[in-house]
Design a protein around this ligand. Structure first.
Ligand code: R7I
Ligand code: MG
Ligand code: MG
Length: 349
């Protein structure tokens, strides 16, 4: 489809759910042989196996709250979104939430709370979380707002409800921007895609709060920019091993060690790769490759899935995968609603 087509919206939201659901199998595993990944994925095609449905985790649970809030309020409403996070957590606390964020979600359910951003600020001795929980649910912001300035602003605020450290919320801004660009067809020019992201993050990371957090946490001056430069270097190498990707970019639970990694997975899988089956299309390659990195597989595959899905569109997603994953069909319907909201906004509504 063309820029911002319905197919791209559906691809983004559905592939994010798939990444989460199929990635759950390997979350936290140190080494994941590609053979195990391919076996896991091919079992989804095999109806006789009757392996039932793969459940989604916190990544999708929170993304669904973001989507519902954006749709119901026809825009960003922090109190509404916070209430939905809290309600979702108390209804299904067993979705595999990060151990720190649970405290935030419990505080958010208090009716006496006046500032919905306060519980997130109290995390980790007042510095806030740098986990990837803001980034994992950032894709819907790119599907609700056509203007990249809005995408940045609201992805930031949406993440701040649980992640007040800049190394957390800037990961969400980066992820939302990557989905935004991909929706526009920007992955047709991969080198330009990454350089645009670097330019955007140069600006985002020039804020006082970001420079300060980076100093305290002993990271590079502009941590996400530095990582994006590494992504660009890896892209231009003729051969890259999984070990190199993990050591250069990471595969962990910090936004800094997973958002640039997810972006790299998408870029690396734009073309066929020796380690991946020839009959796989780009979207299948992206998901498989993300899982083979090990570590925070559900989240990296979820984020890579959103970016790749926005590029390839819904037609690239195997029906059998959709059938196996909890919430995939809901995501498809919600993508259509977000597409309508997006179009209304672009018409200057
Ligand atoms: O970021 P968050 O929502 O977790 C998301 C991850 C994804 O992989 C999901 O799939 C799910 O499995 O969890 O939850 P947080 O609790 O805010 O952050 C995750 C973890 O990062 C924390 O439990 C800490 O181990 C670590 N962490 C920190 N550690 C020290 N200092 C995050 N921020 C800090 C910090 O400032
Ligand atoms: Mg999860
Ligand atoms: Mg995870």
């Amino acid at each position: 489809g063309g820029p911002a087509s319905l197919s791209r919206f559906r691809g983004a939201l559905v592939a994010a759910v798939l990444g989460d659901c199929v990635g759950g199998e390997f979350e936290g595993a140190e080494e994941v042989p590609m053979e195990s990944v391919l076996q896991h994925l091919s079992s989804l095609d095999d109806e006789t196996k009757g392996n039932g449905i793969l459940e989604y985790s916190d990544d999708t649970a929170m993304a669904r709250c973001v989507v519902q809030s954006l749709l119901t309020r026809a825009g960003f409403d922090e109190r509404d979104m916070a209430r939905r996070f809290a309600k979702e957590y108390s209804a299904s606390p067993g979705r595999g939430y990060g151990s720190g964020v649970i405290q935030v979600l419990k505080k958010l359910s208090s009716p006496q709370l006046s500032d919905v951003y306060q519980p997130a600020r109290d995390q980790f001795n007042g510095r806030g979380s740098f986990g990837n929980g803001g980034a994992m649910r950032a894709a819907p912001f790119a599907l609700a707002f056509p203007d990249p300035a809005d995408v940045k602003k609201f992805a930031h605020r949406g993440a701040m409800l649980t992640h007040s450290c800049s190394l957390g919320y800037n990961g969400a801004v980066l992820q939302a921007l990557a989905v935004h660009l991909s929706l526009q067809g920007a992955l047709d020019l991969p080198q330009k895609f990454i350089s645009t992201l670097i330019t955007e993050m140069e600006d985002v990371e020039s804020s006082e709060a970001t420079l300060n957090d980076a100093r305290i946490l002993k990271e590079a001056e502009k941590p996400f920019c530095e990582r994006l430069h590494r992504v660009s270097d890896l892209m231009n190498r003729s051969k890259v091993s999984i070990e190199e990707v993990i050591s250069e970019l990471g595969n962990g639970i910090a936004a800094l060690h997973s958002v640039p990694t997810a972006i790299f997975c998408v870029l690396h899988c734009l073309q066929p790769r020796e380690c991946l089956p020839e009959n796989y299309g780009g979207l299948e390659r992206t998901i498989a490759y993300s899982l083979a990195l090990g570590g925070d597989t559900d989240t990296i595959a979820c984020m890579a899935g959103a970016i790749a899905g926005a590029h390839y569109g819904i037609e690239a997603i195997p029906q059998s995968w959709i059938k196996c994953c909890e919430g995939a069909e809901d995501a498809d319907m919600n993508a259509e609603r977000l597409h309508m909201l997006y179009q209304q906004t672009s018409k200057g509504g």
